[in-house]
Write a protein that binds this ligand. Structure first.
Ligand code: M6R
Length: 614
């Protein structure tokens, strides 16, 4: 979950590393550090806490040098102190390492290294790596070979970047397993390395991604790739990625989260643009990767994802069943692995992952791959590991999502799943041309309607101001809206630290109702989508216990609005796509409550954007 950046070239490394770390800080912000090589010496500067602490510590006096590496940490082993911050050094200060992942056998390696006289100074698992490299280099290996041999000794999944004053100007980087990506950036007389593509985009859009078991060795003017066995990989070429770096900036908004909420109409439109064909009606998914025959043969669909992506996957289940007529189930990626689901070549596995690097989802995908299940993935990150495991991909076209709380990638993923279900339904002959035209016509209305819903922002802020001091919330919904109740609760807890639960409204009477009293706000999604009458009963039950009702209702439904303490009115819409609209006021509610409470909205405590540890 940590962020990694490296540079070698003709420019001063430190400012470039700090700028890269700034763009990576969402991956972890417990501590940060850089190491720069100059004139045969390595200078290391670290700071506990956010990157600003490191910057303040430097007071503008950046260590000189044209080759360096930097890291922003999300602590796994060892407290978030300066000593535990990366980069970590070997005994002599000649080798420096940054790392993402967990060295599972670090305790035994520490003991072994100490027994051989190595001086380990931090509480981290990472620190064994520079010492293992040191031992290999002392025995005569070059840096690349020493890193390769070190990988043999350490257990777990890793992204590792190292440099040594014994090989000035060179940076080596390795990816082993699914602890996060490693991207090599090609500049003009300079090279970069990072854990994340967006961190490189202001410098270069020519990149190559390391696959599991690959190691890169870069200098300002060269790059060499080898396998973990030491064989040269001659055919690895850079690709040009399309991301626009400007979209990664906050623009006029105070926070990325708000900017990204506001971008949703465009993201939804970009996700279906050129894919939803209106005349004659069709769906054209450019990287579907699975022949129609395979899609006709599968007898069920299993959808997986984590957090917000799992909530999108839950809607995907509804879409596959209702639109494509295939039995579908959904699972949290990590639980999917434990339940040893019965899947095989007749099961279509569809994963949803914004980053495409979430370890639980990657492991679940690897499991499905072993069992020869055809796989598709919905992803926002071109080139991410999930897109390389799956047979095909439907990319959401949101640009980088920087806020830790996912917003625009939720609605774009839902749109992509809807398109995918339409495609599969069409291929399987379940959806005729007329029905398909209606389906995609409904999706085409989403950007305009989401834009309209964003106009509720001022009203949502008033409600947020009224409710910001409450410490518990319930979110209730039924049917296609139930995943949005879960998402509403997730958003609120992650950005405002308020305890919130999402429930299917029918479950309320089976326990949660005991919590309701005059201090409990209940967000009830009660839209005109076939669930209205039953939701009305649930609202009455909440009112009878003096709960505070925030109703998300269909515009013009005066009866329901009158039953709510606060009503948010959404335009009428197609029931299956209504979640694209209902998600928005709940995102805004969380955002405004969190800002009112003074929370760090874009970087909530304890979280990281990409979760690469299990
Ligand atoms: O990159 P992924 O979509 O696989 O990430 C999955 C979750 O970590 C992510 O959705 C997380 O729940 C968000 N912080 C929610 O806002």
């Amino acid at each position: 979950m940590c962020g990694i950046i490296g540079y070698t070239g003709e420019r001063d490394a430190a400012p470039l590393l700090l700028a890269g770390l700034q763009r990576l800080e969402y991956r972890g912000y417990d501590s940060a550090g850089i190491a720069v090589l100059d004139d045969g010496e390595i200078a290391v500067v670290k700071g506990a806490g956010k990157l600003s602490a490191l910057r303040d510590g430097l007071e503008g006096a950046y260590p000189p040098g044209r080759c360096g590496i930097g890291h922003t940490r999300w602590a796994t082993h060892g407290k978030p102190t300066t000593d535990n911050a990366h980069p970590h050094l070997d005994c002599s200060g000649a080798i420096v390492v940054i790392h993402n992942g967990i060295v599972e056998n670090y305790l035994e390696l520490r003991a072994e290294l100490k027994a051989h006289g190595h001086d380990l100074r931090s509480e981290t698992d990472t620190e064994v790596i520079p010492h293992l490299i040191e031992a290999r280099m002392d025995a005569g290996d070059d840096l690349l070979t020493a890193l390769r041999q070190t990988l043999v000794r350490i257990r777990g999944a890793h992204a590792i970047v190292a440099m040594s004053k014994r090989e000035a100007g060179r940076i080596v980087a390795a990816r082993a397993g699914n602890a996060g990506g490693v991207v090599i950036g090609y500049g003009d007389g300079e090279m970069f390395v990072s854990s994340d593509l967006p961190a490189l985009l202001t410098e270069t859009q020519r990149v190559a991604f390391l696959s599991d078991g690959e190691i890169a060795s870069i200098t300002a003017s060269s790059v060499q790739y080898v396998s973990s066995a030491g064989d040269r990989i001659a055919d690895k070429q850079p690709q040009v990625v399309p991301f626009d770096p400007v979209s990664a900036a906050k623009g006029a908004h105070k926070h990325f989260m708000l900017k990204e909420i506001m971008e949703q109409p465009e993201c939804i439109m970009d996700t279906f643009r050129g894919r939803a064909i209106f005349d004659p009606p069709g769906v054209a998914l450019e990287s579907i990767g699975l022949a129609d025959d395979v899609l006709r043969r599968v007898s069920r669909v299993v959808l997986i994802g984590m957090g917000t992506s799992m909530h999108a996957a839950m809607l995907g289940r509804t879409y596959f069943e209702r639109i494509a007529g295939i039995p579908a189930e959904v699972d949290n990626s990590s639980e999917f692995r434990y339940r040893r689901a019965l899947i095989g070549p007749d099961t279509l596995v569809v994963s949803v992952a914004q980053s495409g690097e979430t370890v639980d989802t990657l492991e679940a995908m690897a499991d499905a791959q072993r069992r020869r299940a055809p796989q598709l993935t919905i992803c926002n990150t071109p080139g991410a590991q999930s897109t390389r495991i799956a047979d095909g991909v439907v990319l959401t076209r949101c640009g980088p999502e920087v806020a830790v709380a996912s917003t625009k990638t939720l609605t774009a993923s839902i749109s992509a799943l809807y398109l995918l279900a339409c495609h599969v339904g069409r291929v399987r002959g379940v959806l005729d041309a007329a029905r398909l035209a209606e389906r995609i016509g409904a999706l085409a209305r989403a950007p305009g309607l989401v834009g309209e819903v964003l106009g509720l922002d001022a009203r949502v802020r008033e409600i947020a101001n009224a409710l910001a001091t409450h410490e518990n919330f319930l979110f209730l919904a039924r049917g296609a809206q139930y995943p949005m109740a879960l998402e509403g609760a997730l958003k609120l807890k992650e950005v405002s630290y308020i305890h919130a639960e999402g429930y299917p409204a029918g479950e309320m009477k089976h326990g949660p109702i005991a919590l309701i009293d005059r201090t409990m706000p209940v967000v009830a999604i009660a839209l005109d989508d076939g669930t209205r009458e039953k939701m009305l009963s649930n609202i009455e039950q909440v009112r009878a216990r003096e709960g505070i009702v925030v109703g998300i209702v269909t515009a013009g439904d005066a009866e329901l609005a009158a039953k709510c303490d606060f009503a948010l009115e959404l335009p009428p819409y197609e029931p299956l796509l209504y979640p694209l609209l209902s998600a928005v006021p709940m995102q805004l509610l969380s955002y405004h409550i969190a800002t009112k409470r003074g929370c760090d909205v874009d970087q909530p405590r304890n979280l990281a954007k990409t979760v690469t540890v299990e």
